[in-house]
Design a protein around this ligand. Structure first.
Ligand code: UD1
Ligand code: CA
Length: 457
């Protein structure tokens, strides 16, 4: 039973934001959620220290973790001190920052393994980075043993040259941590109680402090501003895309494919450029998505195709074809084999197996059966300015081009609506319904009208 303490009470001044820093999202999830996800495998108990806008953080993260309050943000050691009463009497604890979203479960496990095999009082996860600016530097003695961590603000010119940095991730023996925390002072450039000083105190007390070096420094990125937020986003995106490609997804140009953490994509699916898959989206096998497509919180069945379209909170069963230029809004359910063509908007409607809505339609609050053909330009008139009503089109019906179906209305099974009809009454099964003015032809009148028009010019 290992406990983790995640520090998330800071304001994140350098973000210049109304939102708490750790709630800024990376690949669709708050940074803090990524950190929680990374420690979950290793730690059964997670304590999150909140302070600045703590209520928002609690609302976003929920009750799968325990919270400790830091009312005044006096530094990282002070933050850990607020969680201290919740820690067990003895054993180990991991301490992490809520703003290092790229850490992996493997890196955390490696830290904990080093900590245990070294029987250390503290172990620090470090990284060697090309640009150490802003990070605490690992200062080592002539023997290579760690002596202390010095913060950017307090570092000498020589110390600033050091490229091994503190990732802000630690394993502590709980007793050693308690003893160390008591001694931390705030006599430094920031006037804060630094957790990093606790490490020095533990070393000075003669206890063993180990380090675990990250093999890939990019996992260490701490997000303090929007530039680092964008860097983290791009690194996380690369990781997600590579994992999907390794599992059998083709991406034509992965640099232009944006997929949220947690989205699932089946193998042999091909993703074309400028495609965004968000939230709880699940894509089956052998699909073709994009180019220029945004799919949010939707399920796309095997063998489906979505091109140049926006799909939100919708379910597409198997071998569904959508686009180009469709807008599927929440509550759209397209059964297997449905074809929705260009310039079609659908919301809160179900379309039965094999039905086609090939061109230029609006379908809202409708239930469309199987093998229905909705002609080009068919509009479901679902709203009378006050209320919305339902339209039913039964199996095998044929709706001619440019028809209006004024809800509430039912088109019976196998009925035929003539092109250009405005249907206001139910159409019986099997009936042909014509609801349009009869054509009148006036011989010779065209020339007069055309001539008249010429006179005006
Ligand atoms: C910290 C480390 C630095 C390390 C870097 C890694 C210290 C003193 N410095 O610096 O050595 O290289 O992280 O990214 O620890 N927090 C609180 N309460 C506070 C202050 C901070 O909860 O009073 C939280 C913040 O919300 C944040 C985390 O602690 O999630 C780190 O704080 P931050 O101010 O970002 O520290 P850095 O300057 O990045
Ligand atoms: Ca930071």
């Amino acid at each position: 039973m290992l406990t983790a303490v995640i520090l998330a009470a800071g304001e994140g001044k350098r973000m210049h934001s109304r939102r708490p820093k750790v709630l800024h999202e990376i690949c669709g999830q708050p940074m803090l959620a990524h950190v929680i996800g990374a420690v979950r495998n290793v730690c059964s108990d997670i304590i999150v220290v909140v302070g600045h806008q703590g209520e928002e953080i609690k609302a976003a993260v929920g009750d799968s973790v325990v919270y400790a309050e830091q009312h005044e943000q006096l530094g990282t050691a002070h933050a850990v001190l607020q969680a201290e009463p919740l820690l067990p009497d003895a054993g180990n604890v991991l301490v992490l920052c809520g703003d290092t979203p790229l850490l992996t479960p493997d890196a955390i496990e490696q830290l904990y393994t080093v900590h245990r095999s070294a029987a250390a009082a503290a172990t620090i996860l470090t990284a060697t980075v090309p640009n150490p600016f802003g990070y605490g530097r690992i200062v080592r003695g002539p023997d290579g043993e760690i002596q202390k961590i010095v913060e950017e603000k307090d570092a000498t010119a020589e110390e600033k040259m050091l490229t091994e940095i503190n990732t802000g991730t630690y394993a502590f023996d709980i007793r050693a941590l308690r003893e160390g925390l008591v001694g931390v002072k705030n006599a430094n450039a920031a006037g804060e109680y630094y957790l990093t000083d606790c490490v020095e105190l533990i070393i000075k007390s003669g206890k063993k402090v180990a380090t675990s070096l990250l093999p890939d420094y990019r996992l260490a990125l701490g997000v303090n501003d929007r530039i680092q937020l964008a860097e983290a986003q791009s690194l996380m995106q690369e990781r997600i895309n590579r994992n999907l490609m390794a599992a059998g997804v083709t991406m034509i140009n992965p640099a232009t494919v944006y997929i949220d953490a947690g989205v699932k994509v089946g193998r042999d699916t091909v993703i074309f450029p400028n495609t965004i898959l968000r939230g709880r989206t699940v894509v089956g096998e052998g699909c073709m998505l994009g180019p220029q497509t945004e799919i949010t919180d939707s399920t796309i069945g095997d063998g489906s195709q979505v091109r140049h379209s926006v799909v939100t909170e919708s379910i597409l069963e198997k071998k569904v074809t959508v686009g180009p230029f469709c807008h599927l809004r929440p509550g759209t359910i397209l059964k297997s084999g449905v074809k929705v063509g260009d310039f079609v908007e659908i919301k809160n409607s179900q379309v039965g197996e094999g039905s086609k809505i090939p061109h230029l339609s609006y379908i809202g609050d409708a239930e469309i059966g199987c093998d229905v053909n909705m002609g080009a330009g068919t509009i479901v008139v679902n709203f009378d300015g006050r209320n919305k009503y339902k339209t039913v089109v039964a199996d095998g019906a044929f709706v001619g081009c440019n028809s209006n179906l004024v809800a509430p209305v039912t088109i019976g099974r196998g009925a035929f609506v003539a092109a250009g009809s405005t249907i206001t009454n139910d159409v019986p099964a099997g009936a042909l319904s014509l609801a349009r003015a009869r054509q009148v032809d006036k011989p010779g009148l065209a020339a007069r009208l055309l001539g008249h028009r010429d006179d005006e010019k």
